[in-house]
Ligand binder design. Structure first.
Ligand code: GSH
Length: 233
C-alpha cells in the first residue's frame, strides 16, 4: 500500500496541530502523524523554532508534473492555504454575504484573532497554568485562581469579541457549514472546557456551537491524545 502524501509533525495535544488534522480529516486527505511535543529534536528538525505543526508534503502535482521531493511547510495559516489549494472541496471558506457579513476575509480576520490573541489568553493564561496546578497539586485553589485571574479576564473579553463576530443564528461561526475559523477556535475551546473556569467564561451560544462541532466526524477522529480526553503531551 502506498504511503499517504502528507505527514503532520506534532502531538494531537497541540491545538494548532489539531487545526491542521481537522482540516485534513474534513477534506478526506490521508496523512501520517508524528506525535511529538514542541522543542524536541524531531520538532526542531522540522521547524526552525521547534514549534508545531509542520506539514511534510511527500508528493504533489506542480504544473502537471509529479514532485516527490519532501517539502516542509510550517505556520498553520500557510498550511491551510496549501490544503485549500490541493482540496478546495468541501469548502472551509465563508461565502461573502453569509448572514450579512459582506467580506469573505472576515473569516480570516477571525482566524488571525484566534491565533494571535485567543490562543495566548486561553491556553497561556488559563488552560496551561490550571492544568499544571491540578497535576502538581502544590497550590491551593485560591492561589491558582489568583495566578490566572488576568488570563480569565482576557479570555472572557476574547470570547465576547468572538461571539460578536459570529454570524447570527447559524450552526457554525460563519454559516451553515464549518470554516477554518471553526477549526482554529475549536481545539482551544475543547481544552478550555476541561478546566473549572469554563462555566464562568462561556455563553450559551458558544456551548451550542461546541455541541454542533462535537458532532463532526473530523472532530471525533482528532480527539485521541488531546486534553479533552485527559491526555498529556
Ligand atoms: N505561528 C505558529 C504557532 C504554533 C504554536 O504556537 N504551536 C505551539 C503548540 S500548539 C507550539 O509549538 N509552541 C512552542 C512551545 O511551546 O515552545 C503556527 O501558526 O503554526
Amino acid at each position: 500500500m502506498s504511503q499517504p502524501a502528507y505527514t503532520v509533525v506534532g502531538t494531537p495535544f497541540s491545538t494548532f496541530t489539531r487545526t491542521i488534522t481537522l482540516g485534513l480529516q474534513y477534506k478526506g486527505l490521508e496523512y501520517n502523524q508524528l506525535a511529538t511535543p514542541p522543542q524536541t529534536e524531531l520538532a526542531l528538525e522540522n521547524h526552525p523554532f521547534g514549534y508545531l505543526p509542520t506539514l511534510i508534503i511527500h508528493e504533489l502535482e506542480l504544473e502537471g508534473k509529479r514532485v516527490t521531493q519532501d517539502i516542509k511547510l510550517r505556520e498553520s495559516q500557510a498550511i491551510v492555504r496549501f490544503i485549500d489549494r490541493v482540496a478546495p472541496e468541501p469548502s472551509l471558506h465563508m461565502e461573502g454575504g453569509t448572514g450579512g457579513v459582506v467580506l469573505e476575509e472576515k473569516m480570516w480576520e477571525f482566524v488571525s484573532f484566534v491565533a494571535s490573541f485567543g490562543f495566548p489568553s486561553m491556553e497561556g493564561g488559563v488552560v496551561k497554568p490550571q492544568v499544571k496546578a491540578l497535576d502538581e497539586g502544590k497550590q491551593t485553589d485560591a492561589e491558582v485562581r489568583q495566578s490566572i485571574a488576568s488570563g480569565v479576564e482576557q479570555t472572557r473579553k476574547f470570547l465576547a469579541l468572538a461571539e460578536s463576530l459570529m454570524v447570527n443564528s447559524s450552526d457554525y461561526l460563519f454559516g451553515d457549514h464549518p470554516t477554518w475559523a471553526d477549526f482554529f477556535l475549536f481545539p482551544i475551546m475543547a481544552d478550555l472546557r476541561m478546566v473549572p473556569e469554563w462555566k464562568e467564561v462561556v455563553s450559551e451560544r458558544l456551548v451550542r456551537w461546541m455541541e454542533k462541532m462535537d458532532g463532526l466526524e473530523a472532530v471525533k477522529a482528532t480527539k485521541e491524545g488531546t486534553l479533552s480526553v485527559g491526555a498529556r503531551p
